[in-house]
Design a protein around this ligand. Sequence first.
Ligand code: G3H
Ligand code: ZN
Length: 303
Amino acid sequence: MGLVTSKEILEAADRGGYAVGAFNAINMETAQAIIHAAEDERSPLILQITQTTMNYTEPEELVALVFALVNKAKVPVAVHLDHGRTFEIVMRFLKFGFSSVMIDGSLQPDGKTPRNYEENVEITKKVVEAAHALGVTVEAELGRLGQIGTEIEVGDPGKALTDPDQARDFVGRTGVDLLAIAIGTTHGLYRGTPTIVHDRLEQIDKAVDVPLVMHGGSGVPDDAVVKAVQLGIRKINIDTQMRVAFYDAIKEVVAKTEKEHAGADELGEVRKYDIRKLLAPARDAVRETVRERIRVFGSSGKA
Ligand code: G3H
Ligand code: ZN
């Protein structure tokens, strides 16, 4: 099946009344896990790389690996830049052949300082013009999501919610294809249970005619997710939940291996350091986590 745009995937999701997961890959194992999970579930997929992963690895190498996997994929996959913060970064990922990009115009390039509304409109318009010339889908963000470490107090998202009238103006002026909105979610782990403001979501969905995106999907209760999908959320971003699965799997294997090898002779000691024995269970754990999310989002069997 191979590479498609997220617009194609999400317009089908809109017609079908389901959401599609957008999962962050950071290395070979997570990219494989995400794609194999979508194939297991026969689900369309948005595989994304977030800009901050560029601090971990040269994007060209990870991108080459991702496209090698996507070109073999048995389900349609959009390859998406997540949280691109500058025009230049987004252009770099367009050059890589990404079929979908996010310009996160809600924040300055430092990823912390909010941009004002007009600045967000301007940079988004610029990216839309360039990306649309290449047939690439554009996602933008309006409203303030808590960033990891600067959480919106759970249960008190009021001050950062996306305004429906502003959303209508923003989509009309920028021509953006997908809109990430603030309805009470935040990135990272929640302290307590997040309050998703569903009636605000309903108002925004009525105000704009583009698919809506939920960021900060990890840790949102399934019933709140399902209700959000019924009210118009079509793309749900998941990152932290996969990191936790990966980490916990490795922790478990290390503990077991240490126990098994306690007092081992030299050969036994060397066998302990087979890193594949750590990474394979971590990959499987991420694959299971992604499958479970896909089933809740409702896109299983839609590919
Ligand atoms: O853009 C990525 C997502 O918003 C990740 O959010 O780590 O809370 O799942 P999460
Ligand atoms: Zn996000």
